[in-house]
Write a protein that binds this ligand. Sequence first.
Ligand code: HAM
Length: 423
Amino acid sequence: MNPKFQSLRGTNDILPDESRIWSYLEDKISDIFRRFGYQEIRTPIFERTELFVRSIGQATDIVNKEMYTFTDRKERSLTLRPEGTAPVVRAYLQNQLYTKDEVWKLYYKGPFFRYERPQAGRERQFHQFGAEVLGVMNPAVDAEIIYLGYLILKSIGLDNCELLLGSVGCPVCRPGYEKVIVAEMKEHYSELCDDCKRRYKDNPLRMLDCKNDTCKKYLKKVPAFTENLCEYCKNYLAKIEELLKLLEVPFEITPNLVRGLDYYTHTTFEFIYPHLGAQATLIGGGRYNHLIEELGGEDVPACGFAGGMERIIAALKNEKKQLPISDELDVFVVHIGTECFKSAFQLLQKIRSGGMSADMDYRESSLKSQFRRADRFKTRYVIIIGEDELKNRTAKLKNMKTGDEESIKSDNIVSELKKRLIK
Ligand code: HAM
């Protein structure tokens, strides 16, 4: 065959062998969110561009170079969502969730879009799961959010990730720290990359996230933000540390953990799986106390994280972890000759209605080829209906593991299968 179309760079088909893994993980993660008292929220795939510009920040790579932005027929600028926090906050405000409860614990999962240079672990359409707590300023919330990420990774078998924890301060201490950065970088200004020259003026903190080697060399000399925090921020971080120790979650304080989005205040954190090279961050998040106000709400504090499905699956593959996924088929119905097709077809539907998974070959295939198909689906039991069985109103039942065969009355097939398959 000669396909006329290919999927776009940075987008992937999730084929059946993979989608089994995806469904297993998504169910497991949703279960954990629900166990922690989070409720699901689903927001649209596209939003007004301005929502992301205002929240993620004009000086970030995401807004500058990575958004899928287009104009619709009414000349509105729209963007495929590059992340989930801003849409959740928009939905919270638009639907006035704050009038129903002061505290909201929400989770989401789905596709997100960033125009990045595709490579392993960096896609243009990727999938995140995320959690957001709106309405509480308490280190226990930050610690619990971090613990939630820790537990998700641990429960799927990724128990050797590193947790990096930092703080990007608050409006009290950040301006002072930005002055420290500017003072340190002043003499190197001419050598900075174009992005950092812009950041130097607009948003000095963002320079700490620069990937350019020359900038990184000079930025190493900038004193740590964790050493320049105000008393409140220092204490806040210390309390989170205390709670994480209580929960026996290992972490490493990272002096300048500036993430790729501008809305963070106080806490920032990342879970790293080191063997994934440049794209090693599986989960990232933090506190964002001013975003709700920035988007038109009141002064409501919030905190959250998001994890990347593609990277988590890559890490699981690297660990060679076997997930407890069953891809077996309960029953395959084999028919011998066209005479028997109708009875086989009818029985197939009865088995399915009885709660078991079942299939058959709808083509005029040989007995051998039908059995080959049954094997391909890892079938546990095969039912065989031939002319003799049709005459005697019976069917042959074959256990594919042991090879044992027995004859069963047609009327009893479903109940006999249930006895063997449904515990
Ligand atoms: P983020 O760090 O931009 O944070 O993304 C979170 C995670 O999404 C990353 O750690 C990574 O696993 C995955 N990810 C991001 N971009 C890509 C990509 N191009 N290809 C594959 N995976 C990717 C946020 O999005 C924030 N909204 C997190 C948050 C929620 N902060 C507070 N609440």
